[in-house]
Ligand binder design. Structure first.
Ligand SMILES: [Zn+2]
Length: 484
């Protein structure tokens, strides 16, 4: 099956074919590790996770997936500076070396980030690399030198800038996002890593060192420019070093279209002479309870905040992936509760396929239809809500107990593939140890009471079982115990 994706570069849904035979090179802009990731960030990482899993499972491609770790930028320097209120003793003891302080702070948050990924079902083994920006300074410097040799960069007061006016004589600037070029003035420079579309200016490739900042030596046009890379150059250099340009797919949140990705396109074309990526894919924002997430509204959640509220990380994953990546996602507690219930329903269906009665009619046709609808929906620009709806329709029309002994292995095999993408279920028999002996005993008493038509006792047992958090599901000549 072929997968189609919305490409921000062409503003259309296009069929995807990898540049290299059956191997997809995908780059995702990763976190800046100066704090814990918030759930909006996590959505930006769940999207490429679902995408790379779909490319492997549905299309059978190998995927080389790289996500960078930005460990040097305005924020990591600010928060690790001597006297910063953000310094925590967990990072270690602050030293007199600013480079070491940045390393301690970013290492702490990088590890926290990797734990978050594992918790929400993004596997470390699915990445071919998670490079730290500071390990690629030489490659960034080489790219800056190359951009300069092509005449698209210049030095000013120890920093190096990209010459946007010069670039616009050759190439379009604003390919991903409509930029406000009306106020653009040639030669105006901006040092900040993040800026708005009204502030289009010559952006910084290399920043001159300021007092007490970490720096690297950079031999440039006969001078040594002590400093550090700008944020945008980091991804261009790491993408080229680890995957080679052009990439098949470059992902990120919509907020990265400008300036980050636009600048990446310009830098890579100017310095490497090639396009950055054939597909640019962006996921939309996340809101919380219908409002923009912000610290001042008190709805700014990290994954840990949600776990502290008693949420299961896989319920959070399921609630987030059961929405189209291209629409604004409204994260609500109610939504996670509903996702939790829905997830359990599927899990119970899977368990039921390993136990209880077997039906006599075969349902090969319905199973084939489910497979077509599920993967067909994902091939249509990763339409996950439609795919999951197909699964629930199948479960409703074809309850587990009517599946024949030929259907059951087919269903479980299909669920294995589905779960290789959604990754929130266990495709195995119900674990025995999950039901306490006490509950098993009460269930047995209840079953015997029912057999002897002692319904009062049976009902009493049912209530006791419910109080322990379990329920009984009767079938014709057996029963199963379900965790509520
Ligand atoms: Zn990036």
């Amino acid at each position: 099956m072929k997968l189609s994706l919305y490409n921000t570069l062409t503003k259309s849904v296009q069929e995807f074919t990898p540049i290299h035979d059956r191997e997809v090179h995908m780059y995702s802009c990763g976190p800046t590790v100066y704090d814990h990731a918030h759930i909006g960030n996590l959505r930006s990482f769940l999207f490429p996770d679902i995408l790379q899993r779909s490319l492997r499972v549905i299309c059978g491609y190998r995927v080389k997936w790289v996500m960078n770790i930005t460990d040097i930028d305005d924020k990591t320097i600010r928060d690790s500076a001597i006297g910063s209120p953000k310094w925590k003793f967990e990072f270690g003891t602050q030293t007199s070396d600013p480079k070491e302080n940045v390393r301690l702070l970013t290492l702490y948050y990088e590890q926290a980030f990797k734990r978050d990924l594992e918790l929400i079902g993004i596997k470390k083994s699915d990445f071919s690399a998670m490079p730290r920006a500071t390990d690629y300074i030489k490659e960034m410097q080489a790219l800056i030198v190359s951009i300069s040799s092509q005449g698209f960069a210049y030095e000013s007061e120890g920093s190096v800038y990209f010459n946007v006016a010069k670039w616009r004589e050759h190439e379009q600037y604003g390919r991903l996002f409509a930029i406000d070029l009306e106020h653009f003035k040639a030669g105006v420079r901006i040092d900040a890593d993040e800026y708005s579309r009204e502030q289009v200016s010559d952006f910084v490739l290399w920043k001159a060192v300021k007092d007490n900042e970490p720096f690297w030596d950079f031999p440039f046009e006969g001078k040594n420019l002590k400093g550090r890379p700008g944020w945008h150059i980091e991804c261009s250099a790491m993408g080229q070093a680890l995957l080679g340009l052009p990439l098949d797919i470059h992902t990120g949140g919509v907020d990265l279209r400008f300036p980050h990705h636009e600048d990446e396109i310009a830098q890579s074309k100017a310095g490497y002479g090639c396009e950055t990526a054939q597909f640019w894919c962006h996921n939309e924002f996340l809101e919380v309870e219908g409002k923009k997430m912000s610290k001042s509204l008190g709805n700014f959640y990290t994954l840990q905040d949600l776990l502290n509220k008693g949420m299961d990380p896989l319920d959070i994953r399921f609630s987030m992936v059961n929405a189209h990546y291209g629409s604004v996602f409204n994260f609500t507690e109610f939504g996670v509760e509903s996702a939790s219930k829905a997830r359990k329903r599927v899990q119970e269906y899977i368990y039921a396929c390993f136990e209880g009665n077997v039906g006599h009619d075969h349902h090969a046709e319905e199973l084939y239809q489910l497979k077509q609808e599920f993967f067909g929906a994902l091939c249509d620009d990763l339409h996950m809500p439609k795919a999951i709806e197909a699964l629930f329709t199948f479960m409703k029309n074809t309850p587990a107990h009517i599946l024949s002994n030929r259907d059951r292995p087919s269903f479980l095999e299909l669920m294995n593939d589905i779960n290789d993408i959604i990754a929130v279920w266990t495709i195995a028999p119900r674990p025995e140890e999950s039901i306490p002996d006490e509950v098993k005993k009460l269930a047995e008493i209840r079953w015997n009471a029912k057999a002897t038509r002692d319904f009062a006792l049976a009902d009493d047992m049912r209530k006791q079982i419910a109080a322990l958090g379990f329920a009984i599901k009767d079938t014709k000549d057996s029963y199963s115990i379900i965790k509520e």
